[in-house]
Design a protein around this ligand. Structure first.
Ligand SMILES: *[C@@H]1O[C@H](CO)[C@@H](O)[C@H](O)[C@H]1NC(C)=O
Ligand SMILES: *[C@@H]1O[C@H](CO)[C@@H](O)[C@H](O)[C@H]1NC(C)=O
Ligand SMILES: *[C@@H]1O[C@H](CO)[C@@H](O)[C@H](O)[C@H]1NC(C)=O
Ligand SMILES: *[C@@H]1O[C@H](CO)[C@@H](O)[C@H](O)[C@H]1NC(C)=O
Ligand SMILES: *[C@@H]1O[C@H](CO)[C@@H](O)[C@H](O)[C@H]1NC(C)=O
Ligand SMILES: *[C@@H]1O[C@H](CO)[C@@H](O)[C@H](O)[C@H]1NC(C)=O
Length: 355
């Protein structure tokens, strides 16, 4: 373990040095809303390598990525109202809880659908003391499972000291049913720490906090789920909510969409022409982030298995650029944005990236 850490440290030093040198270089203008370089948001940290939302995953994302890396935390609340970072509402996916509290399996309605699993609302933070993080995507190495503790949002702020913090509140309505308030949690956290982004797929949750954050630096982001899924507070599908971005603008300053909203794929997994969504969002004054970037989960054949080519199609296509990407492998968009974008035909410059 120690040897491994040491090797990683070396690797990290090398990469952060080269990334830093690159940041200084002038690039051509970006077609983002405000013209800045797209942001890199690390979903649970470098979750492609270490268990999601672990201290190693967050630290590796910070040390190997762009200098303004944003760390994403999926917030769940414990019975005693502690905000913790875990990727799923069913906390058995991503932790060892099913073996530690083997009778903790419960069934609750989640957005009207009965759902079984282990829920943080049934456990106090102390009861999670001997529960460890584990991979939630089984193609990833289990070597680091069973050794890293669950982090609170406060741990991430104080121990990791992120350059930017993104809190995703996926299930505010579920926690309300259990008398736990996500609204109260994000407002009280914002008094103690800088939250750069708060996202949610629930209209009512964002509406309930919009006036509280209007005069702050915190940006509210409406997260679109798959087009045929129903948004719980309006009963409309996300696909139909997409047709009125003016409405979205009344409670959010940005949107986060699955990458297929921008570059759809057909049934054979080939890319179709891009939609006008990025341009439409920018016209409305909304920033737009794309999600679901992972190096180890298959993506459209047109990219020939090259994740850099995929990122480039979202930020350097001559027509539009998203304002940021949500990635499990944040080192890849960091290198792509700082180093491999806007090279045009001048492939020689690419050599500088790997000197
Ligand atoms: C949890 O409980 C449900 C309902 O009793 C059951 O169907 C399911 O198999 C259980 N899951 C696990 C992992 O034990
Ligand atoms: C855990 O989450 C991952 C990632 O979202 C998903 O692919 C997987 O099916 C989930 N596993 C279970 C047992 O729910
Ligand atoms: C939530 O609070 C209400 C009112 O105090 C109470 O009736 C209800 O049983 C509580 N629900 C839970 C899940 O604790
Ligand atoms: C949404 O639809 C369900 C079922 O059709 C209904 O029970 C519920 O009251 C509706 N909610 C809203 C906010 O319209
Ligand atoms: C879109 O939403 C705005 C703001 O709520 C509303 O005024 C407008 O009528 C809506 N447009 C359509 C086409 O529904
Ligand atoms: C992706 O590849 C397919 C098959 O070659 C092609 O028909 C399609 O036009 C390509 N998509 C884009 C956006 O270039």
């Amino acid at each position: 373990m120690c040897n491994l850490r040491w090797l990683f440290t070396l690797f990290i030093c090398y990469v952060s040095l080269t990334v830093a040198q690159r940041s200084a270089r002038k690039t051509s203008p970006w077609l983002t809303l405000k013209g800045h370089r797209p942001l890199v948001v690390a979903r649970g940290g470098f979750s492609g390598l270490f268990p999601s939302s672990s201290i190693y995953a967050y630290e590796l994302a910070l040390t190997t990525g762009v200098s303004d890396m944003i760390l994403w935390c999926d917030v769940q609340l414990t019975k005693d109202n502690v905000g913790i970072c875990l990727p799923h509402l069913n906390i058995a996916n991503g932790t060892t809880i099913s073996s530690v509290h083997d009778k903790g399996n419960k069934t609750y309605p989640v957005n009207g659908v009965l759902t079984s699993g282990w829920f943080s609302v049934d456990f106090s933070f102390d009861e999670l003391n001997n529960v460890f993080l584990a991979q939630d995507i089984f193609s990833r190495s289990p070597v680091f499972d069973d050794s890293l503790q669950i982090l609170t949002v406060e741990d991430v702020v104080k121990k990791v000291k992120p350059s930017g913090l993104w809190l995703n509140v996926q299930h505010a309505a579920f926690y309300s049913q259990h008398n736990l308030s996500m609204r109260h949690f994000v407002i009280s956290t914002s008094r103690k720490a800088i939250i750069n982004y708060i996202s949610s797929p629930e209209v009512n949750f964002l509406r309930s906090i919009v006036t509280r954050f209007k005069a702050s630096k915190t940006k509210l982001v409406f997260r679109f789920l798959e087009q045929d899924e129903t948004e719980p507070s309006t009963n409309q599908t996300y696909g139909s909510l997409l047709t009125n971005l003016t409405l979205i603008k009344s409670f959010a300053s940005a949107i986060l969409v699955p990458k297929s909203y921008i570059w759809p794929v057909d049934k054979d997994f080939y890319l179709q022409p891009p939609t006008s969504l990025v341009l439409d969002a920018h016209k409305e004054g909304l920033e737009i982030f794309a999600s679901d970037f992972m190096n180890d989960v298959s993506f459209a054949y047109n990219y020939s298995y090259d994740p850099v080519a995929e990122y480039l199609s979202f930020v350097d296509n001559g027509k539009f650029s998203v304002d940021g990407v949500l990635s499990d492998n944040p080192i890849t968009p960091s290198l792509t944005f700082d180093c491999l974008s806007h090279l045009g035909k001048n492939k020689l410059r690419q050599g500088q990236c790997f000197q």
